[in-house]
Ligand binder design. Structure first.
Ligand SMILES: O=C(O)CCC(=O)C(=O)O
Ligand SMILES: [Fe+2]
Length: 345
């Protein structure tokens, strides 16, 4: 008799032991199981058990077919959930601002930075673009913090679209997990059961300041308006951090998975761009030909709330090598673009 089945059985036992978090074997998931209770090693699942192909087909031989539509097959892919470092060759950024977020100057660092007047414009009611709102040091700090959180538990991973194909970016959630397959928020990331890190206080302070700036521009533009009605304030409890490499992109979509109340009030999404520039589309329809476009450069902050809260938006392309050289040097950010969108659930 061949010894292989015994070895395989032993390996299977070992690999499925609690100390080995990601089983390389496919797992059956009954769709009636609530999503949060799925086994921790579920990384992705797809509808057609017979035709597993594409980038998730590492364990082709062990994929299975279970009759009927009730079961999806899953494929575990450690590569897609191993920590992803957004910094160049894994080097920590040597940020000119010095120490890490943990320490005495945690709260004060961003206040110490002298602000230049912001060059901003109201793109449409409720939608404001603040050019170069984030200073060099703030951007370095943002990269540093995102890098540290991104390589830790709940850090960057490769998310999937609802059809099972990988998105063209890496994602990390802060505050709450956003599930790109179900389009729902949850406390925990289902595939590895990690709880997203909290939003750092100094990020929230920047968001508050950006909203105030956008409201004052709104007031200047529409004199007779109540600027807080056109663009309400919000306190972020969610941040979705995306890292796009040069080939990264994001299709036209609406951000409408926050609470009904948040959406009804038009509480804004506040988006920070750091690194390479992006081509950003926005408009009233999911139609790139009819959309307006604007370049988002490193340090820009875009805010859309009020009547623009449901605007369709997307990133069709990144401009390679467009990040400020000084930022690349001081932050060691890998080529690509870091985007943070803050929301209130
Ligand atoms: O990268 C961007 O500028 C947009 C990101 C975005 O729309 C999102 O995360 O929902
Ligand atoms: Fe979005």
């Amino acid at each position: 008799l061949s010894p292989r089945p015994t070895c395989f059985a032993m390996a299977a036992t070992l690999l499925q032991s609690p100390t080995f978090p990601y089983s390389p074997f496919p797992i059956k998931v009954n769709l009636s199981t609530p999503h949060d209770e799925w086994p921790q090693n579920i990384q992705c699942w797809r509808k057609k058990p017979n035709s597993i192909n594409g980038p998730y087909n590492r364990h082709n031989n062990s994929n299975y077919v279970v009759g009927g539509q009730n079961f999806y097959s899953s494929v575990t892919e450690p590569d897609y959930i191993t920590p992803y470092d957004i910094c160049f060759r894994g080097r920590r950024n040597r940020g000119s601002v010095g120490a890490t977020l943990h320490g005495e100057n945690k709260e004060s660092r961003i206040h110490e930075i002298k602000r230049k007047p912001t060059n901003g414009s109201v793109l449409r009611p409720g939608m404001v673009l603040l050019k170069k709102f984030l200073s060099h040091d703030e951007q370095v700090e943002i990269v540093k913090v995102c890098r540290e959180l991104g390589v830790g538990l709940g850090g960057f991973y490769l998310p999937l679209n609802p059809n099972g194909t990988p998105m063209q970016l890496r994602m990390m959630c802060l505050g709450r997990n956003w599930n790109p397959v179900t389009h729902k928020y949850g406390k925990m990331r289902p595939f590895d059961r990690t709880i997203p890190p909290s939003i750092p206080n100094n990020f929230s302070e920047l968001v508050t300041r950006a909203i105030q700036e956008a409201q004052s521009l709104t007031k200047k533009k529409y004199r007779a308006c109540n600027e807080k009605e056109v663009l309400p304030s919000m306190t972020p409890d969610i941040c979705i951090v995306n890292f796009y490499r040069n080939s990264g992109k994001l299709g036209l979509h609406q951000d409408r998975d926050e609470s009904k109340e948040s959406l009804r009030k038009g509480l804004p999404v506040v988006s920070f761009s750091v690194g390479d520039s992006a081509y950003f589309l926005y408009g009233d329809e999911r139609n790139a030909k009819k959309a307006n476009s604007v370049a988002l450069n490193s340090g820009d902050v875009l805010i859309f709330g009020g009547k623009s809260r449901h605007v369709f938006h997307g990133v069709p392309a990144i401009f390679p090598n467009s990040a400020p050289k000084e930022l690349m040097k001081d932050s060691c950010l890998s080529p690509g673009r870091l985007n943070l969108t803050f929301r209130q659930f």
